[in-house]
Design a binder for this molecule. Sequence first.
Ligand SMILES: NC(=O)c1ccc[n+]([C@@H]2O[C@H](COP(=O)([O-])OP(=O)(O)OC[C@H]3O[C@@H](n4cnc5c(N)ncnc54)[C@H](OP(=O)(O)O)[C@@H]3O)[C@@H](O)[C@H]2O)c1
Length: 250
Amino acid sequence: MRILILGGTTEASALAARLAGKPDFSPLLSMAGRTSDPRPMPIPTRIGGFGGVAGLADFLRIERIEAVIDATHPFAAVMSRNAAEACAQAQVPLLALRRPAWVPQEGDRWIEVASMGEAVQALGEAPRRVFLTVGRLELAPFAAAPQHTYLVRTIEPIGDALPMPNVIAIRERAPFDEAAERALMERERIDMVVTKNSGGAATYPKIAAARSLGLPVVVVARPETPLGVEEVTSAEAALDWLERLHGRSP
Ligand SMILES: NC(=O)c1ccc[n+]([C@@H]2O[C@H](COP(=O)([O-])OP(=O)(O)OC[C@H]3O[C@@H](n4cnc5c(N)ncnc54)[C@H](OP(=O)(O)O)[C@@H]3O)[C@@H](O)[C@H]2O)c1
């Protein structure tokens, strides 16, 4: 069975690892190409966009894809929408593999907002030291609040994405560790954290560290997911779905 995995996440890599070497499946992992040095994968990989819905629908037909797993990041809303439309057009079964959102715990001081613009507003007027962990491509709105000092952590260099003097840029890739996160926030005298509600264990330590330090965290809610697409939250469940589908195919 020819499977296309839309990736760029830990969950996509976990599914790729489970499918590698299984004789019933011929998986292909697709990455957008945002990271210059992606981790090596145990299955064939392609990199780059498909060219919108039409491009993806053509790809599915030409490559004779029999199932698509949308294992993109919960904030990769365009790709998820395109996958739903292209799979409907090409009549290819689609499953979303999406990690559960984080939920606030006792002691958390969350300020939940609907967009990056609202996150900027939530920082307030007074100058603060802000730990910004929203990804390189989401930095621009924070230029509207230059009174704050930003500690920005990204995988790739931020270039001129936030061209202000009071920006401290660090480059690091998950998984992170709670004690190290707490030490970083203390050393940089952080008084507010901004994050997307990405979910998953790899970047959760910043939430736990902020809780233990009593810091407020501005949490940007997830975008809406396409209606009517079946969803699972683990690579194991996605594999079960594929095995059931394979069992039904002629
Ligand atoms: N957004 C985040 O916070 C975040 C965090 C961690 C990882 N990621 C990963 O980074 C990638 C890009 O995220 P994004 O938020 O920029 O996506 P997006 O806004 O939803 O997608 C923009 C365009 O990028 C291309 N694309 C996205 N994912 C792709 C994939 N897996 N394979 C091939 N093309 C892909 C598609 O181009 P075409 O229209 O040309 O097909 C899509 O229309 C995704 O793979 C995602 O899983 C995103």
